[in-house]
Ligand binder design. Sequence first.
Ligand code: PAF
Length: 281
Amino acid sequence: MQTVHRIAELRTQVAAWKRAGERVALIPTMGNLHRGHLSLVERARQLAPRTVASIFVNPTQFGPDEDFAGYPRTRVDDSFQLEAAGLDLLFAPGVTAIYPRPLADMTQVSVPGLSQLLCGANRPVHFGGVATVVAKLFNLVQPDVAVFGEKDWQQLVIIRRMTADLDLPVEIVGGPTVREADGLAMSSRNAYLSAEERAIAPTLYATLQAAAEQWRGGERAIAVLENAAKVRLAAAGFRPDYVEIRRADDLQRPAPDDTEVRIFAAAWLGRARLIDNLAII
Ligand code: PAF
């Protein structure tokens, strides 16, 4: 596995692969890798003969009071894992390579509407930062396909919309959420949980599953299901930001004849803000 920090080195290697007619798959990450990320690398390797992962803790997707400074940075361990997973190239740029000027002076990408819903309601700058950095990574790497985890379903929907709106020639593929044995979705932020909180954390998935079961059993009072889930989470010790039932493709409220509907939640447990979602039909 080759590791590059500079944009010129990245472009030279990718251009050589493209000249040889090889497809390239990109897995954008912020590092602190776990089995969820590695499953995305595995998926990428099925999709293209050449795989590039990026590790960049993107400052612009963190709000002023969020955990940018404390976000776990584990580059050495991440590199071992990526090499063992068969990755070809790791792109690990510094902040000034991606943002040579203050963000306020730079072109930014925004995906209106979708970015203000769900997580966007409590994290107003988050998805603008994600869309901007992912657009830049697409331009830098020029992948044929890019793989993103379904745990952040809203992010996946926003990136699909951005890619379509900007006519970017990149296929977007979602990778299924990877869970611990007790159901907790793998996340870098699980590292923030104390032992006591870690024991409570699987309640998030269990709560979404229970709501999904009720939906499948015929309950259609969306507000009742959402409120019951929030009450259960609060009783377990979470501080829920939201629990919402939405259409899978555009995150709008479902109509009775919709066939792809998901339940989404974000809730604080101690200093960890956990998110999860699952299909209810
Ligand atoms: O999902 C993430 O890790 C990040 O939001 C991403 C897509 C790498 C952009 O910084």
